[in-house]
Design a binder for this molecule. Structure first.
Ligand SMILES: Cc1ncc(COP(=O)(O)O)c(C=O)c1O
Length: 375
């Protein structure tokens, strides 16, 4: 591997950015576009095996004409391309400029008050009309923040809430809830107006994928949200979707989606999906294997507690006396590795980091760096 120069504040690490956002700053913002290429990003979560090199070449080849064209003003073709690989009805999909665009709209128009288990992906709280409309459910940190669905639902019922969120597998915990348990939960949540299940990481939870998608039409109050940044490895393209069997619910959202919300590169990427589906699933299964390996290797480091995961990332509790912020900074400055300090997530202490798998070889380097810093 090419030698890299260490990053230091003098070299321009913009530390103040960590205090300006509830998300993690992009690497290019932190250190500049050129330096960012030398750092391994374990912080943002994206499948390293997709798009394939051939797809990237194809996108590159078409970039000049795509940049100079307007995107389609109709979402139908993109919906059909996506529906072909998800095996669902295209009419029941809405594709967003990242799942975040859809979460903002869902929060704005479908939700009055909603139960949200924490820690969580912050947009589900921050983009509500009023943040106090999120009624927070905090599982016990001593019990590894484990969300027990039936306890959660009893709590929701006691408060007479009508909307409820579950992220499965959870972010940042990685906790996976089985399809059977999810079905049972949704059955028992039949009196809710809206059940949002965010399955952004479900493709890494097993094979076959234990998703609610094929069963979603049975539940008129169910809305599934998925980010393509994670499972398709394209955070920069900004793609995400939601699915519901309830067209009335979807049409309320559709009315607010801006024309041309998907850019030409994103639309072109979607057009490649049907022909590349086999490669996608090959990469997906390979990554599941990598995460299992990563989990096992991390367990061999005595200064860490490793959380169980069904996602393509692992949450870790530091037990060596170092804080998450200190460890993040030392990995960045001394090892050119970027991990997620979870301290700013609601409900979390300052001892947790989250690492996304970047494939076996890079993951092995992360394990060695953590061993060197913590043991
Ligand atoms: C659970 C979950 N849902 C949705 C998103 C939004 O992803 P994007 O807007 O990149 O599609 C994220 C991003 O981290 C997430 O963790």
């Amino acid at each position: 591997m090419a030698r890299v120069t260490p990053i230091s504040s003098a070299a321009g690490l913009k530390r103040h950015l960590f205090y300006q956002t509830s998300h993690s700053p992009a690497l290019a913002d932190l250190v500049g576009y050129e330096k960012a290429k030398e750092i391994i990003d374990f912080c943002f979560i994206a499948n390293p095996y997709f798009p394939t090199p051939e797809m990237l070449q194809d996108l590159q080849k078409n970039l000049p004409s795509l940049i100079k064209s307007y995107p389609s003003s109709s979402p139908i073709l993109s919906q059909q391309n996506l529906a072909a690989v998800l095996h669902v009805n295209p009419q029941n999909l809405i594709i967003g400029n990242g799942a975040t665009e859809l979460i903002v709209l869902i929060n704005m128009i479908l939700i009055d008050r909603i139960a949200v288990p924490i820690p969580t992906f912050g947009e589900y709280i921050e983009k509500l009309r009023d943040q106090s409309d999120a009624v927070l459910y905090a599982p016990d940190p001593a019990g590894r923040y484990e969300l027990r669905l039936m306890d959660y639902l009893d709590w929701v019922h006691e408060r007479k809430l009508k909307a409820v969120l579950v992220i499965n597998p959870g972010n940042p915990t990685g906790q996976f809830i089985s399809l059977e348990e999810m079905m049972d939960f949704i059955d028992r949540a039949g009196d809710m107006e809206l059940v949002i299940v965010d399955e952004s990481f479900i493709d890494f939870a097993g094979d076959p994928v234990p998703s609610l998608l094929p069963l979603a039409d049975r539940f008129s109050n169910l809305l599934i949200v998925r980010s393509m940044s994670k499972h398709c490895g394209v955070p920069g393209l900004r793609l995400g979707y939601c699915y519901s069997g309830n067209l009335y619910l979807l049409n309320r959202l559709r009315g607010l989606i801006p024309t041309w919300n998907l850019n030409t590169l994103a639309q072109y990427f979607l057009s490649l999906l049907p022909a590349t589906d086999a490669a996608y699933h090959e990469g997906r299964k390979r990554l599941i294997g990598d995460v299992r390996w990563l989990q096992g290797a991390l367990q061999s480091i005595s200064g860490l507690e490793v959380y169980p995961t069904g996602a393509n990332f692992v949450m870790l509790k530091i037990k060596s006396g170092m804080t998450a912020a200190e460890l993040q900074m030392r990995l960045l400055e001394e090892h050119q590795m970027y991990v997620r300090d979870c301290s700013n997530k609601l409900g979390m202490d300052n001892l947790h980091i989250r690492v996304a798998s970047q494939g076996r070889e890079r993951d092995a380097r992360l394990v060695e760096a953590l061993r060197a810093l913590l043991q």
